[in-house]
Design a protein around this ligand. Structure first.
Ligand SMILES: C[C@H](CNC(=O)c1ccc(S(N)(=O)=O)cc1)Cn1ccc2ccccc21
Ligand SMILES: [Zn+2]
Length: 257
């Protein structure tokens, strides 16, 4: 929409005019300075259980490509780590820069990555809707995963996803399970922050995985493989032939970070 964007007139430096919380005291993203992070021995591993995850659709909301999930029950949840309850997977989306190499939102000791994947979950134990949770201090948990420098191939797929999906459109995107994009990293940083885009609600428990993943062609075709009908429909029109292979039989497991 034209409420906000990333341009000079509507970008982050002026968001505070419509969203005063932008000047709040738990705003995201932040620069993560590893040697200033304190170790909390009471923090256990983060566990993702996405084995029954049901993606519904993929859409371009004008700011990112978002894959929505059916969050009507606890089929796909994140738990453990800093979380007191299981949080339900609602959607995931990416942030990447126009320059292609410095698109991540969080930075690590001032360094940025090519892009950043956000898996957005909400506390369905304490709140009845995502919208309600999105305004509560412990309402959301977002798992942030850094993606390394892409090859041209992966960048092309991202951009075709983004540009081919006309703004406001949505396409079926069933049967996609983000586990094939996840690292098997055991380490994360966590802090209390906010949505990184308006309305910037200070409602996010951030869990940022330390080790970036290099999105390989294999993973991208995995993305296509597991949802070939949907992605297949999206891509040929853009002339990008994506060699896909089915990722049937992928075992399911709890992802421990
Ligand atoms: C806040 C919501 C719109 N924003 C987000 O959902 C959101 C999620 C994650 C991030 S990030 N980049 O920090 O991970 C940023 C924004 C609007 N909204 C209000 C009620 C509501 C109900 C269903 C769907 C959307 C709804
Ligand atoms: Zn995000």
């Amino acid at each position: 929409g034209n409420l906000w964007g990333y341009g000079k007139e509507d970008g982050p430096s002026v968001w505070h005019k419509n969203y005063p919380v932008a000047q709040g005291d738990r705003q995201s993203p932040i620069d993560i300075v590893p040697h200033q992070a304190s170790h909390d021995p009471s923090l256990g591993p983060v566990v993702l259980n996405y084995d029954q995850c049901t993606s519904i659709k993929i859409a371009n909301n004008g700011h990112s490509v978002v894959v929505e999930f059916d969050d009507s029950d606890d089929r796909s949840v994140i738990r453990g780590g800093p979380l007191d309850n299981p949080y339900r997977l609602k959607q995931f989306h990416f942030h990447w820069g126009v320059k292609g190499c410095h698109g991540s939102e969080h930075t690590v000791a001032g360094n940025s990555y090519a892009s950043e994947l956000h898996l957005v979950h909400w506390n369905a134990v304490k709140y009845t809707t995502f919208g309600e949770a999105a305004t509560a201090p412990d309402g959301l948990a977002v798992l942030g995963i850094f993606l390394q420098h892409h090859g041209r191939f992966v960048k092309a797929v991202f951009f075709f996803f983004f540009f081919f999906l006309l703004q406001g459109s949505a396409a079926d995107f069933k049967g996609f399970n983000p586990k094939c994009l996840l690292p098997s990293s055991l380490h994360y940083w966590t802090y209390l922050g906010s949505l990184t885009t308006p309305p910037l609600h200070e409602s996010v428990i951030w869990i940022v995985v330390k080790d970036p993943i290099t999105v390989s062609e294999k993973q991208v075709t995995c993305l296509a493989g597991s949802s070939e009908p949907a992605l297949g429909r999206l891509l040929p029109a853009s002339g990008l032939y994506l060699h896909t292979f089915l990722t049937q039989g992928l075992y399911t497991r709890n992802w421990e970070f």
